[in-house]
Design a protein around this ligand. Structure first.
Ligand code: AMP
Length: 280
């Protein structure tokens, strides 16, 4: 496994693999890797001839009041994990290399980014789509892998790829969870012991939604009310939003529609903001 710091060098390597007719699989991450990330890497290994993983904590997708400075990092551990998975190249650029002086070009997906996470974090997706577009141009993948954990991100990236005619297959992967159901996230590290125990409330609320939907409940408000009731059983939890949306348009919906429903929520445990979702 090789660790590449320079975008130019990474691009030259990608060009070589393309010349040789190799299929490139790409997994973008912000590092501090866990089994969720590794599930993407394993799938990329299965599907492609060569796998590139990027590790880059992208300042552009953090608002000034967010956790950029304290976002957890452990590059040595990450490298060891990726080496263990048989990854070929890790792209680990500096902020200066990604955003040199004079940088002023952004990629923006419009309507899909105004709801849900985009409402709570208005500058977030512009940062995500800009960095992912750059990473795609640098690593030139045939396929790129994203987790359903960040459902809106996956949907926004798919839209960007379609709208900008990027010749890349976007693969969405299932959410990997702890044994109690908490979705794995690098941010789980911020939780203290009691917050960690109560963080299961997101999954519990989603399970309740699932149960209701499987029993024929269609009314989005009834589902949200029940989810709110579940969350309120956990005193450390503070709801940011609970939402039922169309998976295709991300517009809020009043009625569950089979195959086109995203139930999602964002909840603070202390000062840590966690998100989770289920697709129906
Ligand atoms: P991040 O490092 O948080 O930017 O995540 C990098 C990629 O891993 C994104 O596509 C995430 O959706 C995905 N990911 C993060 N957590 C999970 C999880 N628990 N299960 C599946 N994929 C995940």
């Amino acid at each position: 496994m090789r660790v590449v710091h320079s975008a130019l060098e990474m691009q030259a390597i990608a060009n070589k693999y393309r010349e040789w007719g190799k299929r490139i699989g790409f997994v973008p991450t912000m590092g501090y890797l866990h089994e969720g990330h590794l599930s993407l890497v394993r799938r990329a290994k299965e599907d492609n001839d060569v796998v590139f993983v990027s590790i880059f904590v992208n300042p552009l997708q953090f608002a000034p009041n967010e956790d950029l400075d304290r976002y957890p990092r452990d590059i040595e551990r990450d490298e060891a994990l990726l080496e263990g998975e048989g990854v070929d190249f890790v792209f680990y650029p500096s902020v200066e290399d990604m955003y040199p002086d004079g940088f002023q070009t952004y990629v923006e997906v419009d309507k899909l980014t105004r709801v849900l996470e985009g409402k709570s974090r208005p500058t977030h997706f512009r940062g995500v789509t800009t960095v992912v577009a750059k990473l795609f141009n640098i690593t030139k993948p045939h396929r790129a892998y994203f987790g359903k954990k960040d459902a809106q991100q996956l949907i926004v990236i798919k839209r960007m790829v379609k709208d900008l005619n990027m010749d890349i297959e976007i693969v969405g992967m299932p959410i990997v969870r702890e044994s109690d159901g908490l979705a794995l996230s690098s941010r789980n590290k911020y939780l203290n012991e009691e917050e960690r125990r109560q963080a299961v409330c997101l999954y519990r609320a989603l399970l309740r939604a699932k149960e209701l939907i499987e029993n024929g409940e269609k009314d989005a408000q009834a589902i949200k009310n029940e989810m709110e009731r579940v969350i309120k059983e956990y005193p450390l939890a503070r709801i940011d939003y609970i939402s039922v949306n169309s998976l295709s348009s991300l517009e809020p919906i009043n009625e569950v529609k089979d195959g086109d429903t995203l139930v999602s929520l964002a909840v603070f445990l202390g000062s840590t903001r966690l998100i989770d979702n289920m697709w129906f």
